[in-house]
Design a protein around this ligand. Sequence first.
Ligand code: ATP
Ligand code: MG
Length: 422
Amino acid sequence: MIKRLRGTYDVLPQDAIKWQYVEDVFSVILERYGYREIRTPVIEETSLFTRSIGETTDIVTKEMYTFLDQKGRSITLRPEGTASVVRAFLEGSISPDALTKLYYWGDMFRYDRPQKGRYREFCQVGVEAIGSAIPALDAEVISLAMCLLETLGLKDLKLNLNSVGCVDCRRVYYEKLKDYFNSSTVVTMGKLCPTCQKRLEKNPMRIFDCKEENCQRTIEKAPTIAESLCSNCTLAFENLKKYLSLLDIPFVLNTRLVRGLDYYTRTAFEITYEKMGSPQQNALAAGGRYDNLIQELGGPPTPAIGFAMGMERILLAMEIAKVNIPTGKKVEIYFVSLGEVAFQEAFKIIDRLRRKGFYVYATTSGRSLKSQLREADRLCVGYTLILGGDELSRRVVMLRDMENSTQREIPLKDLEDELAKL
Ligand code: ATP
Ligand code: MG
């Protein structure tokens, strides 16, 4: 038998309800904050990702699903959403002057090591606010992320915050980092992993994001970006903290937070849920500013900020927090019919009721009364309608309330009106 691929999963009907619930809650809140949905393709030209995410990142060096198409073009299944949204923003000539707020849902693909909360095909919901560098916007975006998660009933979330500076701050900082990693203190701790040795030359800050134990040990004593921030970045960071305080949003400064994508500038943040267990998989949301990305992808200089959340991890967190998912009140009816003649009549009525908005389930073959009622029980419907030859000849149908086991007859001509009152 063919099995699903490693690192992928199926959402079975009982779980699809949970996904739909999160999607419903989120879309309402996203719209309230002024975001509009954007949908982009799952496949893109590979260079879109290598140019934006960065040549030395984990994603680009080892996690992308890349293949050549029939004409030999290099195509990649998107590993994240921002690059595609920016490409669409530029290609769709969305006005760069006004602040553009976009959100997306979608499957992302990364050749990650599969484990709980980490898949090779996973779903992210994300936002991008394009067109403003004002720190109040950063605070608003972070507040939105918190609001989304808190509205689901998740508490004790931790907001980790850092500023990764701009190109100027990093020029200074990279030199300090290179000195540190080449110093005797580090060298005696053992070698950096081969990937990080390359990173040391090209992008030493990337070493912070390495998951190798030895590399992790060496970064503990590394100089932090905080001391290298230029005056503009320092001011922006102070303002962001001020605005977060105005919104009563607590945060923890984490100078080692660099995020796994190269395009971030200034604000970088991550929202973690510590009850999730493994610190490797406890980030529910992550994001930051990317003030240079749009220009790097060929657009006019346009500052922007965004975040992405992992749906699987959110659902896992909801399970751990024992969040109750409210089941929307809808009238569900099982239609029992007995005999071919009644079945034909029921067949017509059922179709009419569904078109009027009722949730009607029924069997398609002439099964016994007992077996149909058993099916109604299994589906946990609130009501059953029973139509036999006798009822049909009197133009009535039996309505049974499954909860208190009472039943009454309803004239067929009044059926819709009566059901509407349930
Ligand atoms: P991590 O350090 O956990 O690998 P990342 O830095 O690669 O995360 P981002 O690219 O910023 O993560 O993605 C944002 C969010 O998407 C993460 O916080 C997480 O919730 C989710 N996510 C990332 N990779 C995966 C994955 N392989 N499976 C499931 N969810 C993921
Ligand atoms: Mg990752």
